[in-house]
Ligand binder design. Structure first.
Ligand SMILES: Nc1nc2c(c(=O)[nH]1)N[C@H]1C(S)=C(S)[C@@H](COP(=O)(O)O)O[C@H]1N2
Ligand SMILES: [Mo]
Length: 300
């Protein structure tokens, strides 16, 4: 179900600004890129800022592999992703343990260039490849009592230094309300720049919810559960005063320890700059109606 929303970003907005040639090599060297390449990348290259794969894969949050921004790139090679199984359970018609191939089989992978805003007030623009989460949920069959979706990240203690050090209460868990999960902007990402998603970015599949702070976009998912209650979420469990369940990007509501009105643009190098943060991270027109009647002045 392509193009049910309007994307105001182009490849020219992709950060950072330094590896245009790498990008050409990636495109030239990737067999089976198919629809992604055909979707205008060749033409758009004229407008492209230099490529961002390097920054996207080297500045990460993935606490299972350590708390430093460069720890995931250094340690996530240990993540074992084959075979990969996703348990689907709860209020679904077709529960079970799905291989990643079976879960995604027959569904359409699209490129989605999204702003990505961490609650720590930094941001990137990432050209994801992914499948609308709604397509996956429709495939497994949502029962009418389902009101939320819960997600869980894999735990491989022997491979995960952050798990060994118990830097958070693992497994990392996240959740969405069902209407958020079914929104066409919400994707299960399986790639970046037409390449399989790097382990430090959450291989083999991770959520991307572009109007919410980055911690909602849970990585390396092994369980999807449909529930009739609001599921617990990792950062809310760790510090409920600072991190809510909704966590929609909102420049008007400061985090208790830092302002959310602007953010640092990753990848600018010497030209690193700040830019104003937009309501719902720039997706207000698409998602504001989901929150009609909610008090957005609180840090949800
Ligand atoms: N399992 C898991 N998922 C996670 C995290 C994590 O530590 N563990 N960090 C979150 C945070 S805080 C952010 S900002 C994004 C970072 O995604 P990126 O490294 O692909 O930019 O992943 C989110 N998903
Ligand atoms: Mo984050």
């Amino acid at each position: 179900m392509a193009h049910r929303w309007k994307n105001d970003l182009t490849h020219a907005d992709v950060t950072p600004k330094e590896a245009f040639l790498n990008r050409r090599q990636i495109l030239a060297g990737t067999a089976g890129l198919g629809a992604i390449a055909a979707a205008g990348l060749a033409e758009a290259q004229e407008d492209l800022q230099p490529n961002s794969l390097e920054d996207i894969t080297s500045y990460n949050n993935f606490y299972e592999f350590g708390t430093g921004k460069s720890d995931p790139a250094a340690n996530a090679h240990k993540l074992e992703i084959e075979p990969w199984s996703v348990k689907v359970d709860g209020l679904v018609d077709n529960p079970g343990d799905y291989s990643s191939a079976d879960l995604l089989d027959g569904l359409t992978v699209e490129e989605r260039i999204y702003r990505f805003r961490c609650v720590e007030a930094w941001a990137m623009v990432v050209p994801w490849n992914g499948i609308e989460l709604a397509d996956i949920l429709n495939k497994v069959g949502i029962q009418s009592e389902a009101k939320y979706v819960a997600f869980e990240t894999v735990v491989q203690p022997e491979n995960m230094i952050g798990v060994q050090r118990r830097v958070l209460d693992f497994p990392y868990v996240e959740g969405l309300r069902i209407d958020e999960a079914m929104h066409p902007l919400t994707i299960m990402a399986t790639g970046i720049y037409g390449e399989p998603i790097a382990k430090q970015n959450g291989a083999p599949m991770r959520l991307v919810v572009p109007w919410k702070y980055g911690f909602k976009s849970i990585k390396s998912i092994v369980r999807i559960s449909l529930t009739d209650y609001e599921p617990p979420t990792s950062w809310n469990k760790a510090n409920a005063r600072e991190y809510g369940f909704y966590s929609n990007v909102n420049p008007n509501v400061d985090h208790p320890r830092w302002s959310q009105s602007s953010h640092r643009v990753i990848g600018g190098g010497l030209f690193a700059s700040r830019e104003p943060t937009l309501m719902f991270n720039g997706y207000e027109a698409e998602v504001a109606s989901l929150y009609d009647g909610m008090d957005l002045s609180e840090f949800y």
